[in-house]
Design a protein around this ligand. Structure first.
Ligand SMILES: *Cc1c(COP(=O)(O)O)cnc(C)c1O
Length: 471
């Protein structure tokens, strides 16, 4: 080993010496003795690994003096007090960005979380009868009213809903499904894998691009537990295709006494076609086909918290509620509080469009987005860093979250260009601002997409740009 490395390693302070030096600092107000000791060990270990891995050039920047290690320990302890999960500005134009938390909650939902979380609640307590109640009672009536379902329950997310429904209806039995619908949603959620974890047997029918009613008919037998339809959320098969419609599958299921299940993914409670978006069947329209059970996410097009909503016929929902897995996948009280408030917005279309940010972003007229882009560019020219050009351009946003994959949504962006910093560097620096700003990048500029940015966030963008250019 290099002599310089040897010297640096030899110079590393002993843990007890570090702790002695820290006695004089105020670290013990910020972390307990055991934690401080652990942080000292981690810091020294990291430094040792850094020295061992360092190149010649890097080595000259490293010091293993006790004073600098103490400073590093103090910084690490301060770091423990900084939240890692943060509010940020989504300027990507992807409305339901899974990595950025999908749908933002409406203000009422946020208030309800605080209200219910602050004290006790009737989460599983029937106030009229004074006895144990059902966890979903607060939302199931609203869900039934808004979708036309006979009964409803909710679980942790839609992946959990799929697992629970398949386990209830197809455990050690066959689930008949089209080869064109054996999809991967992302984040390792693949229908065949969920099927095997649910203990169901996949009975694939048809081909990737064409599956006829007769394909389903031929597969049905004494082993069949469910006929499954999966919404191909995030992709489309185009060209020479044939899909069996849900009405025919429902008739087939009825004839054989087999339940039919539709995993809608991004279930929508409102028809979005009047707002220039392609028609997505609403949950009500899907249930009107007579399908037994439908599942969808709470934080996709619905615009609420992460949840898996299960709606359908009384008998099938009753079987699902009794499944012991339901207990393991159950929804928590904060989510329920937020979900109830979200569903309430749908009592009128106007309220849903005004308060649910994801719906608002999807349906906002381009002219309004453009107006906001002009306002932001104006503000940045006034209070943003100097020597930067701001140009308003038209571009395209996306729904994201596996929703409306073929839909381009026209938008307006502020293109930000600096002579001093490359766009990729600027993008990286914006991510490190106190309130991070996540942007799109192209070859020569970064793009701030106003479809996902509200006026209340303008100051954060200005601050982040000042930080990014100045740092
Ligand atoms: C998104 C999606 C899921 C998974 O839902 P999560 O709420 O993300 O767990 C399952 N099925 C389909 C068809 C989807 O689009």
């Amino acid at each position: 080993m290099d002599d310089r490395k040897k010297a640096l390693l030899k110079n590393l302070p002993k843990i007890d010496d570090l702790i002695g030096l820290l006695e004089k600092k105020d670290v013990y107000a910020k972390a307990s003795r055991d934690l401080v000791r652990d942080v000292c060990r981690d810091t020294v270990q990291t430094l040792r690994e850094t020295i061992l891995a360092a190149s010649d050039k890097e080595l000259s920047r490293i010091t293993s003096e006790a004073a600098s290690v103490v400073a590093a320990v103090e910084a690490a302890i301060d770091g423990l007090h900084q939240y890692k999960l943060k509010r940020l500005v989504n300027a990507t134009g992807v409305i339901l960005h899974t990595n950025l938390g999908r749908a933002p909650l409406c203000p009422e939902a946020v208030e309800r979380i605080a209200e219910v979380g602050r004290g006790y609640s009737n989460l599983e307590f029937n106030l009229e009868k004074g006895e144990r109640g059902l966890r979903y009672d607060s939302v199931s009536r609203l869900l039934c009213l808004l979708t036309g379902a006979e009964d409803a329950l909710v679980v942790n997310n839609n992946a959990a809903a799929v697992l629970l429904v398949l386990n209830t209806l197809a455990e050690r039995k066959e689930a008949v499904v089209s080869r064109g619908e054996l999809i991967e949603i992302g984040g390792e959620f693949r229908i065949p894998d969920v099927m095997s974890k649910s203990n169901g047997i996949l009975r694939e029918v048809g081909t990737t691009n064409r599956t006829r009613l007769s394909d389903y008919e031929k597969a049905i037998g004494p082993e069949t537990g469910v006929i499954l339809k999966v919404h191909t959320s995030n992709y489309r098969i185009v060209g020479f295709t044939e899909e069996t419609d849900l009405l025919s599958l429902v008739a087939l299921g009825k004839h054989h006494g087999i339940p039919v299940y539709d995993d809608l993914g991004s279930g929508c409670l409102m028809d979005l076609s009047p707002y220039g978006l392609q028609h997505e069947p609403t949950v009500r329209e899907v249930l009107e086909t007579g399908v037994d059970v439908v599942t969808f996410s709470g934080d996709k097009l619905l615009g609420g918290p992460q949840a898996g909503l299960i709606v359908g016929k009384t008998d099938v929902i009753a079987r699902i509620k009794k499944n012991p897995l339901n207990r393991a996948l159950r929804i928590d009280k904060f989510t329920l509080a937020a979900l109830e408030a979200t569903l309430m917005q749908y009592l009128t279309t106007a309220r849903a469009l005004a308060n649910l940010r994801a719906l608002k972003a999807l349906t906002e007229p381009l002219a309004d987005v453009k107006k906001r882009a002009k306002k932001l560019a104006g503000k940045l020219k006034r209070v943003g860093p100097p020597d930067i050009s701001y140009t308003i351009k038209e571009d395209k946003s996306a729904a994201g979250g596996g929703s409306l994959p073929t839909q381009d949504i026209p938008t307006a962006v502020v293109a930000v260009k600096s002579a001093a910093i490359s766009p990729s560097r600027l993008e990286a620096r914006l991510r490190r601002a106190a309130v991070p700003v996540i942007v799109r990048v192209n070859e020569e500029e970064i793009l701030i997409d106003l479809r996902t940015v509200s006026e209340e966030e303008f100051q954060w963008i200005a601050d982040a740009l000042v930080f990014a250019v100045g740092s």
